[in-house]
Design a binder for this molecule. Structure first.
Ligand code: AMP
Length: 579
């Protein structure tokens, strides 16, 4: 054990200004790599990086449990690049070999190595089946430092003598369990036989079936074993999401920003933190959200204490309602009234998720945590659920049709209010004069269109392709699927599974549809798309909500005030009072 390298732990200081790159530079990496990491906006190493980089730099074998999303690629790519810098590549020989199960992963890992090694002149090549052999042959002949390959194609090249592994100094098996599952066991063994004795090797695998143990036992020498088990204590310290309503939206990577923007529209948070993985992401997202008319402030470890203070002052004072931050920057922040926490990515460790969502639901308030995830990150969410022992509801991002339906419903409800409010005589003249020429319904529709547009339409909405939700969808059927929104107001709920709530305040008390929308989304934390028709009478209002949320909405509305008054709230009785 004495030769085991000292494994630094990540700093947990709340002083973000003191943390600039501290995490990575303490791992002993070359300054060029640190520069690359900083330009990528990485602020601190992930746990797998903290634990795997030092032993790999020291030439130890590593057996690590890590899957996609943990930062495992950098955990092996950085030490590989660092050793290449120190030991110098040989034009004729491959220095590092990374074996991966699929062509997509080969391309992805090769790109990552290239990014991390920018500025070092590293030559990386992805070698996989199904692509031109000729190109790979030419590149290999020209000389490559790091080869990222699928086993089948790698073995082809080894047999042809076009991939020479005699000089290999470091071998990585990435997603080893997948490689075995795909039937690459023999190819792997043959490739490893072609590498020289005594080079260090690391095996990364999400799971550890006995075949992995067998492979590790045969091929690794006294490996440093890294099992990133959940740290139960961290979760136990926090409420672990007790008062926080948690929803995760499955979104394809390319549409994340549009999805975030749309969910922000629907949730309309009063004060929210959006957590991102990197500084670059923080800068990009805050810029784009501001361009879309939001009031967002960026906060990451690249800020001086002064800048940080200024940002926090604006956020606390409500001059900005969104804070886009990295985990490092948000550490130690204590803002009481955060209604929503957004995770732009699923954090690579479940504990980080718990810490993040602990920023909301302070001081006995309720809170909402919304996570965007790609289908392949499903397992990271499952880790979180295991740690918190709470289920995170999976949902799909509302479609353009959902949005349009919601906006139109608001317009409809406001028009109804205007009609009932009277004082339309002057406007009737305009309608009257058009009535000779046009159908009266068209005249009215044109008026609705103008009102709708004046209410602020965000312009053409991009359609976000729906991805299959890996678990059950919420049971409530949004109005867009029922097509019921233009029907006249009825006292029976229009939507399957919805119930009508009676609220003992109406027009006379100054209640407007937007007040009810606001109260229900903010206090009961019901997503606005789940709210059905709203009808406002002189002395009461009716609002449709999903049956399963009715009790929670009633309770929340009873706790709060509407237009400054406590109001009676109950399920609507079969024979409701009529105006
Ligand atoms: P991986 O598990 O290697 O597929 O990495 C998952 C994602 O995390 C990739 O998008 C990486 O770019 C990103 N990533 C890896 N390490 C870090 C880090 N230390 N800080 C921020 N992002 C990271």
């Amino acid at each position: 054990m004495s030769d085991e390298p000292e494994i630094p732990t990540t700093s947990d200081s709340s002083d973000a200004s003191g943390l600039l790159d501290g995490g990575f530079s303490s791992l002993g990496l070359d300054p060029r790599l640190l520069t690359a990491l900083s330009s990528l906006g990485y602020e601190e190493p992930t746990p797998i990086q903290v634990q795997a980089i030092p032993p790999l730099l020291a030439g130890r074998d590593v057996l690590a449990q890590a899957a996609t999303g943990t930062g495992k690629t950098a955990a092996f790519a950085l030490p590989m690049l660092n050793r290449l810098i120190l030991e110098g590549g040989d034009r004729k020989a491959v220095f590092g070999l990374v074996l991966v199960p699929t062509r997509e992963l080969a391309m992805q890992v090769a790109e990552a190595v290239h990014r991390y090694g920018r500025g070092t002149g590293v030559r990386v090549l992805a070698v996989y089946g199904g692509s031109s052999m000729g190109l790979q042959l030419r590149e290999l002949a020209r000389g490559v430092d790091i080869v990222v390959a699928t086993p089948g194609r790698a073995l082809d090249h080894v047999k042809r003598g076009t991939l020479k592994l005699s000089g290999v100094k470091l071998v990585i098996l990435d997603e080893a369990d997948e490689m075995l599952d795909m039937g690459f066991a023999e190819d792997l063994e043959a490739i490893l036989d072609a590498t020289p004795e005594g080079h260090p090797m690391a095996l990364f695998s999400a799971t550890f079936p006995s075949r992995i143990a067998g492979l590790a036992g045969r091929r690794l020498t006294s490996p440093v074993e890294l099992r990133l088990g959940a740290n139960r204590e961290a979760g136990a310290k926090e409420d672990a999401g007790g008062r926080v309503k948690q929803t995760a939206y499955v979104v394809p990577r390319a549409h994340k920003l549009a999805a975030l923007s749309r969910i922000l529209d629907l949730e309309d948070p009063t004060s929210a933190i959006v957590f991102c993985r990197t500084r670059t992401e923080v800068d990009e997202i805050s810029e784009k959200l501001n361009a879309r008319g939001r009031r967002a402030e960026a906060l990451h470890g690249g800020f001086t204490q002064d800048q940080r203070d200024r940002v926090m002052k604006r956020f606390r004072a409500g001059a900005a309602d969104l804070l886009i931050a990295t985990d490092v920057a948000a550490r130690g922040l204590d803002v009481e009234q955060i209604s929503h926490v957004f995770n732009y990515d699923v954090p690579s460790e479940a504990e980080a998720y718990v810490h993040r969502i602990g920023r909301t639901a302070r001081a006995g308030r309720a809170g909402t945590a919304i996570t965007l995830f790609e289908p392949r990150e499903q397992w990271l969410l499952a880790n979180v659920e295991r740690l918190t022992k709470k289920k995170i509801e999976r949902a799909t991002v509302p479609t353009v049709a959902d949005l349009k339906a919601r906006r139109l419903e608001l317009t409809r409800a406001s028009l109804r209010e205007t009609i009932l409010g009277g004082g339309l005589e002057t406007f009737r003249v305009a309608v009257d004069s058009l009535a000779d020429e046009f159908d009266i319904l068209d005249v009215a529709a044109a008026g609705v269109k103008l009102a709708h547009e004046a209410a602020g339409s965000p312009g053409e909405e991009e359609e976000i392709p729906s991805v299959q939700v890996p678990q059950d969808r919420p049971r409530f059927v949004p109005r867009s699927e029922t097509g019921g929104m233009t029907r006249p107001v009825r006292r029976t709920p229009r939507l399957p599974g919805a119930v009508s709530l009676f609220i003992g305040a109406g027009r006379d008390a100054g209640v407007r549809p937007a007040d009810l929308f606001g109260a229900i989304t903010n206090e009961a934390k019901l997503p606005s798309k789940a709210i059905g028709a709203i009808e406002i009478a002189d002395r009461f209002s009716l609002v449709e909500v999903p049956g399963e949320s009715a009790d929670a909405v009633i309770e929340a509305l009873r706790r709060t005030t509407l237009r400054g008054r406590k109001v009676l709230v109950r399920r609507e009785r079969p024979a409701p009072p009529r105006r």
